[in-house]
Design a protein. Structure first.
Length: 365
């Protein structure tokens, strides 16, 4: 018996733990209308729950990122018709920040592994905002500064959104009209945002100068540009990094380490050493979501940043002889046997998997 059993007049018939050895006796107890102490039952149930607490399912960072993609797509393509555009765009910023807080590694991995979630023009803005958030948090920037950087990332290409979708499938060189759209989109984007009620000077400024360089090689102002705010430079580097590692039809996709070198050290030296140091430290040569081959021959995905930027945690899913493993095995690349031998492109890894297989419920769709 799981509980004490009582009969008429609260008379104790059987104590908890008594074994009823035959069905006939159990039926007789039922016919006599026996009952249990509800208080005792509740106390026992509570004790059981405390001993074996139920695991609550964690919210999914990936789900929030995908919902943000859909929400942002609807907003950007209909921005001129939206009431309170600024408030609605900042809601997307909050949703992405919440996803990042759930699991920052899933958020960064989504930049590499979640590219089919939305059209490039919108998804690239989401990716840039997440990378910018990673760096800005590491630099201990204020919440207001981070909000302005992320909002600018989400809206930086508003003036060439539809053209960007078309350019994804273009194989031939850009026409003069297309080149003009690209070169003027930052300035025109800031104007569009003003027209729909964006009032943050920082937000507008970062959109306007996110393609400018201090050496005058950027656009649209070029050599006429004044000093570029550090936050705008942070946005620019995040934008270029995400563009470099994305799969594009008209451009070679770079591995993460090559993208860092190409973006941060275009002439062999960083244009902003402090920003370059933070990008290298926080992203590293193999950020979460990148594919690697280990010294023992296994192939896997980086799932978590390690103690050092070049020793992340990897989940291997292909064995040394090229056969898929039954389940992903966690490897610490700071150990000699599991050191990273090569970084691989997605095209070199044929096995299909879901992010949930590697990160659990925090990466559920």
């Amino acid at each position: 018996m799981p509980f004490d059993v009582y009969g008429a007049g609260n008379k104790l018939l059987l104590r908890r733990g008594h074994v009823v050895e035959n069905t006939r006796f159990a039926e007789e107890l039922v016919q006599r209308g026996v009952f249990i102490d509800a208080g005792q039952a509740e106390r026992l149930a509570q004790a059981k729950n405390e001993a074996h607490p139920q695991k609550l399912e964690l919210p999914s960072a990936l789900r929030f990122i995908n919902l943000s993609n859909k929400r942002l797509e609807k907003l950007l393509y209909n921005l001129s018709n939206e009431e309170n555009a600024q408030g609605k765009l900042l809601e997307v910023v909050k949703a992405l920040t919440y996803a990042f807080d759930i699991n920052a590694d899933v958020a960064i991995a989504s930049v590499f592994l979640n590219q089919a979630a939305a059209r490039y023009a919108v998804r690239h803005c989401i990716d840039t905002a997440l990378v910018a958030l990673l760096i800005a948090r590491a630099m201990k920037k204020s919440s207001d500064d981070i909000q302005a950087i992320m909002a600018a990332a989400l809206t930086m290409n508003i003036a060439m959104l539809r053209q960007q979708d078309q350019l994804e499938n273009k194989q031939e060189p850009l026409t003069q009209a297309e080149s003009e759209i690209i070169k003027t989109h930052a300035e025109k984007g800031a104007e569009i945002l003003k027209q729909v009620g964006i009032s943050s000077p920082a937000w507008l400024s970062y959109v306007e100068v996110h393609h400018e360089n201090e050496d005058g090689s950027g656009y649209p102002l070029g050599a006429a540009v004044k000093a570029i705010p550090q936050d705008a430079k942070l946005l620019s580097l995040a934008d270029r990094y995400c563009a470099s590692i994305s799969v594009r039809k008209y451009r070679k996709t770079l591995l993460p380490s090559a993208a860092l070198r190409d973006v941060l050290l275009p002439d062999g030296k960083p244009s902003d050493p402090m920003l370059a140091a933070y990008f290298i430290k926080e992203l590293g040569p193999q950020p979460p979501g990148s594919f690697v081959r280990l010294q023992n021959g296994e192939i896997g995905v980086v799932t978590r940043r390690g103690k050092a930027s070049n020793t992340p945690i990897v989940h291997a899913f292909i064995g040394p002889r090229g056969a898929p493993l039954s389940f992903p095995i966690q490897r610490d690349t700071s150990k000699q046997l599991y050191e990273i031998r090569d970084t691989l492109s997605g095209a070199e890894v044929s096995l299909r998997f879901s992010m949930q297989q590697l990160w659990g419920s925090e990466a559920a769709l």
